[in-house]
Design a binder for this molecule. Structure first.
Ligand code: NAD
Length: 429
């Protein structure tokens, strides 16, 4: 079993082969321009001083300031952060926004920390970045990632401004709206994925109203996607979370009801079942059946949306997938071995690097608003997002046709070509 960054490295190799890149160029694209590493200190609630490893990796700035999330994770490490920073350079290039790639990590387990301790970690990390001139609105703009959120960004913004002595909302994105966050950011990943899928289905001559969808993962990305797809007329017939799946045996699911189930009992299945014992009458009335996650992946639907975990589709279950299209909202949900099988079976995989790039795109819009002092309406944000995603899809399709390759390799080729162009213009290659 690999990790998303193993998958990315393998896929990067495929794209580099497709372009016939020399070893030196491959290395230049993967190797960061800078690595900042520091043991940072924070005080626990009991007054003890703890030290944890913290990183900020800056991969490539040929196209603009570095951009990428900060993760708080017990297994955050330099190798992982390095690969994720390279992925960010390519992701920004694929959607053609004028930013480079970076990534940050702090090796802590947020589940073992109180809110006040989390705040001290966030401030200590940002202080280290600001005092060492690592980040800045023109230099490197972090954002939330695994186990960090708008509140974390608010603490970091405040700390940065204390160090530099002036307001600088453009130093970080994914902030709360009240501190300069962008409208539309909370559901941007799902919205961007929807725009791409809609373009793809249009090319296939498929009407949204005739398209059935199953969604694995009913968290931020998956639940917003289900709502957006359903509001646009698609038939969402099943969704799942870590407790299992719900199949709607009427014509389609009523997504607001699915959200109610989850809110009422904390999980989709919990509303109907306790352990193995399920309330059959309640299920019948709600026109739902409980299914396992494996069953959800194997449903006879047109589109399977993967919005939960990395490695969800691999060599063990790829043959079971009956959908003709997979949309990867999660990072790395299909392994390279899974990809090979899906390709043989004629399943199109719209890859994460494009499908979930709506998040970083609206982060970019947030930065544009902060630097200009403007505040965009939600409709304007979504209109601009639609244009960016549509153009990226169109550019990617042209490469796919030219190179006769998978969507994933085509996306990486597009990103690599754009990075190389910028690097050559600067005389770096
Ligand atoms: P989340 O924690 O809000 O949701 C994850 C969901 O997956 C939860 O509903 C959880 O119950 C479910 N899940 C976990 N294990 C499962 C399993 N075995 N089967 C089915 N469902 C399972 O996370 P999120 O923010 O929605 O992110 C999901 C994925 O999308 C991640 O890979 C993340 O990196 C990626 N992503 C998210 C964003 C974003 O803006 N939220 C942006 C880019 C990429």
């Amino acid at each position: 079993m690999g990790t998303p960054f193993d998958y990315f490295q393998q896929n990067f190799g495929l794209a580099a082969d497709c372009l016939g890149l020399e070893a030196a160029t491959r290395k230049k694209l993967m190797e960061p321009e800078n690595i900042f590493k520091k043991e940072i200190e924070f005080k626990t609630d009991s007054g003890e001083t703890k030290t944890v490893s913290a990183y900020r990796v800056q991969n490539n700035s040929a196209r603009g300031p570095y951009k990428g999330g900060i993760r708080f994770h017990p297994e955050a490490n330099e190798a992982e952060v390095k690969t994720l920073a390279a992925l960010m350079s390519l992701k920004c290039a694929v959607v053609n926004i004028p930013l480079g790639g970076g990534k940050g990590g702090v090796e802590v387990n947020p589940k073992n920390l109180s809110q006040t301790e989390l705040e001290r970690v966030a401030r200590s990390y940002m202080r280290a970045l600001a005092e060492n001139n690592i980040v800045g609105p023109e230099k490197d703009i972090p954002a939330p990632d695994v186990y960090t959120n708008p509140q974390t960004m608010a603490w970091m913004l405040d700390e940065y401004e204390k160090v530099v002595g002036h307001k600088a909302p453009g130093v970080i994105t994914g902030k709360p709206i009240a501190l300069g966050g962008s409208l539309g950011r909370s559901y941007a990943t799902a919205q961007g994925g929807f725009f791409v899928l809609r373009d793809y289905l249009k090319d296939q001559g498929k009407k949204l109203s005739e398209t059935t969808v199953a969604v694995q993962g009913f968290g931020n990305a998956g639940s917003y996607f289900a709502s957006i797809a359903s509001d646009a007329g698609m038939k969402v017939v099943a969704v799942s979370d870590s407790s299992g799946g719900v199949f709607c045996n009427g014509d389609q699911c009523e997504v607001p009801k699915l959200k109610e189930y989850k809110e009422d009992s904390g999980s989709l299945r919990g509303n109907f079942c306790q352990g193995d014992s399920c309330d059959v009458d309640k299920m019948k009335k709600a026109e739902v059946e409980m299914i396992s996650n494996e069953e959800l992946l194997a449903l006879e639907v047109d589109v399977l949306v993967l919005a939960a975990l990395d490695g969800a589709v691999d060599e063990r279950n790829a043959n079971e997938v009956k959908a003709k299209t997979i949309l990867e909202l999660a990072n790395g949900p299909v392994t390279p071995e899974g990809d090979e099988i899906l390709e043989r079976n004629g399943v199109a995989v719209i890859p994460d690097i494009l499908a979930n790039a709506g998040g970083v795109t609206v982060s970019y819009f947030e930065w544009v608003q902060n630097r200009s002092g403007d505040v965009w309406t939600e409709a304007h944000v979504n209109q601009r997002l639609e244009t960016v995603m549509h153009n990226a899809y169109k550019d990617l399709k042209a490469i796919k046709e030219e190179k006769v390759t998978s969507w994933r390799v085509a996306a990486l080729v597009l990103g690599i070509e754009r990075l190389i162009t910028a690097m050559k213009l600067r005389g770096w290659l």
